[in-house]
Structures are given as structure tokens and as C-alpha cells.
Design a protein around this ligand. Structure first.
Ligand code: NAG
Ligand code: NAG
Ligand code: NAG
Ligand code: NAG
Ligand code: NAG
Length: 472
């Protein structure tokens, strides 16, 4: 007997239950593909069907979905302009995808019949903030008021939103993931902030590519579940201080492609629970200063790559967290680095290290990082960095060089990472204090010496007593 792979059987079964319904061009019954995976899992694919309006009914198979079932209805790439009332859908978890249409209007009662809708994708349309009124998320009308709906994920990315209605999330108490990326927000105004802070269950917030350059200090007040923020592709010149308010819950921060010049000990202050930090493609980022990562006491993955002019990482960048080391993966590929200090971090405690795409100077320090400090075993296969300099080693993999003249004790080298910018005001104060003390001690000593001298002189000037014997 020929063995038939299980996947082949599944494909055959899948084809058997996959049917189409309706007639081409009939708005009540557009031609959509139905697939039923189980009695409790139905997908209705109405994508790329030239549909202009929301259908007014569903195929019969929809009635077979159980109370606890999952239903996915997709309308990708159609020409829907006006989201009118969507007919009732059975099931417990309903996902509606209206991505990539031409939506400019949503009716008040659009989702009223599908209060079990947990996922709604309205991305890549022409929706403005004015269209997003709280009424569009009203659930069924019971006992004189509109009930709330189950919505958990709302994708509003790639639209024309400047501002949100302050009551927009009034009927969506379980909103957990909100995507506002690629909208011309520019300024997070007062009403938008009120709208955001009313979504108290929010865990994921995507504000990337919204042209914002700041976030008001109280913007995240009340968002006690916020875990994941994307602020990439914006106009921030510093990491916004407003993140401190969610420092105890925030786990993932993405901060790519912003016009920051340096990261320092203020950048990530209070973000003690951050697990992953991504700071890539910041084309103006030059320096990572002392204590930049010190607040990040739970960090496991750090991605600082593709920052083309990042030349300097202070050897004290991880100051204070080196002895309670939590990091497992560090990626510093494709920056402008040529050197890093051997005491930057405990290299052998990492699982993965990325260093490719820099202009490495293969000196004794780098050699010892790779050999005695164990960094050489942390590179992913195929991601071995190579030397750019000195000329004689240029192009060699850094795991494949031997510098026999290097001292294995690297105490002298560790000083080389020192730079003036490492000096902090506190240290300057201590310096001044020290110099003053030395000066004062000197003065005291001088006075004392003078005093002794005068004493001695006076002593010498005293008439020498006549010794009758000496003249003898
Ligand atoms: C339904 O199918 C989707 C894949 O299309 C799957 O992710 C989901 O877990 C399934 N749901 C159930 C209840 O089996
Ligand atoms: C839905 O149908 C379109 C066009 O027939 C097809 O390109 C697409 O892959 C389908 N999507 C799914 C999830 O089946
Ligand atoms: C959207 O559809 C509703 C109901 O058919 C209609 O009353 C409304 O005028 C339409 N809006 C637009 C902008 O076409
Ligand atoms: C919100 O989630 C909770 C917990 O899962 C659930 O009990 C409640 O019914 C949900 N609210 C709505 C309006 O669906
Ligand atoms: C490592 O160096 C040896 C000799 O120095 C050379 O034969 C080998 O090809 C090098 N390996 C790599 C991966 O460059």
C-alpha cells in the first residue's frame, strides 16, 4: 500500500468542503468561497470579488456554525465605500476583515448584529477621525440602551485619521490591541488622549508612522495593561518620557527610525519590566552613552542595528545590570562601529550575539572578546562578522584570526573605551572637591613648614652661648 501523507488527506477533505455560493454580481449573494474546517470553524472568503456593498445575507452554511464557533469573513481588496449593517453572524469569535477597500463611511448600526466580533480590520481605507464615532460600535439595543461589543483587536492603520473621538471606545470595553499606524495624526491632542486612556484593557498600541514628535506626559495614564508599544518611523528626538507611566507593565518597545542623536541614562528610565527593546534604522544615532540600559532590569533581547552612523557605545552602557545579567540576545549588526570595549558586557552569558556589518578593527581587545570572553561561540552560523582593519586582516572572519602577541590579561585595554563624554556632573563635582582638598592640604602644609622654619630661624638667631671650653 502506498502511504499517503496526512497533509494530503487534509487537503482532499478541505477541497471537498470548500464550495462557492451565489451568483456573480448579485449584491445579496456575492460569489464567495466558503471553507469549513470543523463544524465550529468557518471561513468565508469574499476577497478580490469586485464587491461594492456589504452583502445583505450569508450562505446557508453559516447557519451550521455552533454557538462556540469561530467565523472569519474577509473582504480584502474590494470597492466597498460605505460600511452598512453587516448581517447577523453566529459563533462566539467573529473576525471581519475589510482591509484595502475604499471605505469613507461607516453606519451607526454597522456592527450591531455581530456583538461577538472580536477582530475588526479596517486598515488601508480612507477613513477619517470624524467617521469614527462611538455609535459605530454600538451593540444590540436592550432595555433602553445600546449594549457593548466584544471587540478586542481593532486595526485602523493606513487611513486618514488626525484625531480620535473621546468616546470612541465607549462600547468596546475589551479592546486589547489598537493599530493606528500610518495615519496623519501629527499631534496627540486632548480628545485623542482621552479616547486612548478610556481603553483601559489596552495591551498593544501601534503608533508607528503617525508623524508625531512627542507624547503628552499623561497620555498613558490608566493604561495599566499596556505591554507593547511601537513608536517607529516618527519624529521623536528623544525617547518620550511619558513611557515612564507604563514602565511597570511595558514589555516590548519598538523605536525604529526616529531622528534621535544619542541614547543616554534618561532614555529608558523606569522601564524596569521591558523584555525586548528594538532601536534600529535611526540614521542620526551616533552614541549610546553611559548607563543607557541601566534601568532595563528585565531585558532579554536587545536589537540595536542598522544605525548607520552609530560609532560609539560607552563601556558603561550596561552599568549596574552586569552583575544581575538578564540579557540573552544582543544584535548590533550593521552599525558604524569599529570598536567595543571588552568590559561592555559579560559576553559569555549571552545565547546569541550579532555583530555583522560593522567596520571592525581587529585589535587585541576584539580578539579577546571573541576568544577568552567567549563571544566567538555566540554568533549564528552564517552571521560571523569579519575584520575591516588592519589591512592585513581585512576580510578575515573575526573567529578565524590569531593574534599571538596579544596579552591575555586585558586590564590595560579596558581603559581604552574611556571618553570625555563619560564624565558626569557628579564626577566633576568630586573632582573639584578632590582638587580643593589637595590645595587646602598643600596650603596647610605650607603654613606648617613656614611655621617650623620661623621657629628654627628664631632658634638659630639666638646668641650662641659662650662655651669657655671650646675656645681653649
Ligand atoms: C479555526 O481555524 C483557524 C485557521 O484558519 C485556526 O487558527 C483556529 O484555531 C481554528 N479554530 C478552532 C476553534 O478550531
Ligand atoms: C481568498 O480568495 C482570493 C481570491 O480568490 C485568494 O487570492 C485568497 O488567497 C483567498 N484567501 C484565503 C484566506 O483563502
Ligand atoms: C451609506 O449607506 C447608508 C445606507 O444605505 C446611506 O443612508 C448613506 O447615505 C450612505 N452614505 C454614503 C456616504 O454613501
Ligand atoms: C469582556 O471580556 C470578559 C472576560 O473575557 C467577558 O466576560 C465579557 O463578556 C466581555 N465583554 C463583552 C462586552 O463582550
Ligand atoms: C580560516 O583560516 C584558515 C587559514 O588561516 C583558512 O584556510 C580558512 O579558509 C579560514 N576559514 C574561513 C572561514 O575563513
Amino acid at each position: 500500500m502506498i502511504p499517503i501523507p496526512a497533509s494530503a488527506i487534509i487537503v482532499i477533505l478541505y477541497a471537498l468542503v470548500s464550495t462557492t455560493y451565489g451568483q456573480q454580481g448579485d449584491p445579496k449573494n456575492p460569489v464567495c468561497d466558503i471553507s469549513i474546517r470543523d463544524s465550529d470553524n468557518l471561513t468565508l472568503n469574499c476577497s478580490r470579488k469586485n464587491i461594492n456593498t456589504i452583502p445583505t445575507g450569508w450562505p446557508e452554511e453559516m447557519n451550521g456554525v455552533e454557538q462556540a464557533g469561530d467565523v472569519l469573513i474577509t473582504f480584502f481588496y474590494n470597492n466597498i465605500v460605505n460600511v452598512t449593517q453587516i448581517p447577523e453572524v453566529p459563533g462566539n469569535k467573529i473576525a471581519i476583515i475589510l482591509k484595502s477597500n475604499k471605505i469613507i463611511e461607516i453606519q451607526d448600526d454597522a456592527f450591531r448584529n455581530i456583538h461577538r466580533m472580536v477582530y475588526l480590520d479596517l486598515s488601508n481605507n480612507s477613513i477619517s477621525g470624524e467617521v469614527l464615532r462611538s455609535e459605530i460600535f454600538q451593540g444590540p439595543y436592550n432595555d433602553g440602551k445600546y449594549s457593548k461589543i466584544a471587540l478586542e483587536t481593532l486595526n485602523l492603520g493606513h487611513n486618514e485619521i488626525h484625531s480620535l473621538d473621546r468616546y470612541l471606545f465607549q462600547y468596546t470595553p475589551n479592546l486589547t490591541r489598537l493599530y493606528l499606524n500610518n495615519n496623519p495624526i501629527e499631534i496627540l491632542d486632548h480628545v485623542t488622549i482621552l479616547a486612548l486612556s478610556s481603553a483601559v484593557k489596552l495591551e498593544v498600541l501601534d503608533l508607528s508612522k503617525t508623524d508625531i514628535d512627542s507624547i503628552p506626559l499623561d497620555a498613558f495614564r490608566g493604561l495599566e495593561n499596556l505591554q507593547n508599544i511601537d513608536l517607529s518611523n516618527n519624529k521623536f528626538v528623544t525617547v518620550p518620557e511619558s513611557l515612564r507611566l507604563v514602565g511597570s507593565t511595558l514589555k516590548y518597545l519598538t523605536f525604529n527610525n526616529n531622528p534621535i542623536v544619542e541614547l543616554n541614562d534618561d532614555s529608558f528610565i523606569d522601564l524596569t519590566n521591558l523584555i525586548e527593546l528594538e532601536v534600529t534604522e535611526n540614521e542620526y544615532l551616533e552614541e549610546i552613552k553611559r548607563s543607557t540600559f541601566t534601568p532595563l532590569k528585565s531585558l532579554r533581547v536587545l536589537r540595536v542595528s542598522h544605525n548607520s552612523i552609530l560609532r560609539y557605545i560607552s563601556h558603561n552602557a550596561f552599568r549596574g545590570i552586569k552583575d544581575k545579567w538578564t540579557l540573552k540576545e544582543i544584535y548590533m549588526d550593521n552599525n558604524g562601529l569599529s570598536e567595543v570595549s571588552i568590559d561592555l558586557l559579560p559576553w559569555n552569558k549571552l545565547d546569541v550575539l550579532g555583530m555583522t556589518g560593522n567596520r571592525w578593527l581587529c585589535n587585541c581587545e576584539l580578539y579577546n572578546i571573541v576568544t577568552s570572553q567567549g563571544a566567538g561561540t555566540k554568533f549564528k552560523p552564517g552571521d560571523i562578522p569579519f575584520c575591516a582593519a588592519p589591512m592585513i586582516l581585512s576580510g578575515e572572519y573575526i573567529t578565524n584570526i590569531t593574534l599571538s602577541f596579544c596579552p591575555s590579561d586585558n586590564k590595560l585595554e579596558t581603559q581604552s573605551g574611556f571618553s570625555l563624554s563619560d564624565i558626569k556632573p557628579k564626577q566633576i563635582l568630586w573632582c573639584i572637591f578632590g582638587v580643593t582638598m589637595v590645595a587646602m592640604l598643600g596650603m596647610l602644609l605650607g603654613l606648617f613648614v613656614n611655621y617650623i622654619k620661623t621657629l628654627y630661624k628664631r632658634h638659630r638667631n639666638q646668641p650662641v652661648p659662650y662655651n669657655p671650653l671650646s675656645s681653649a
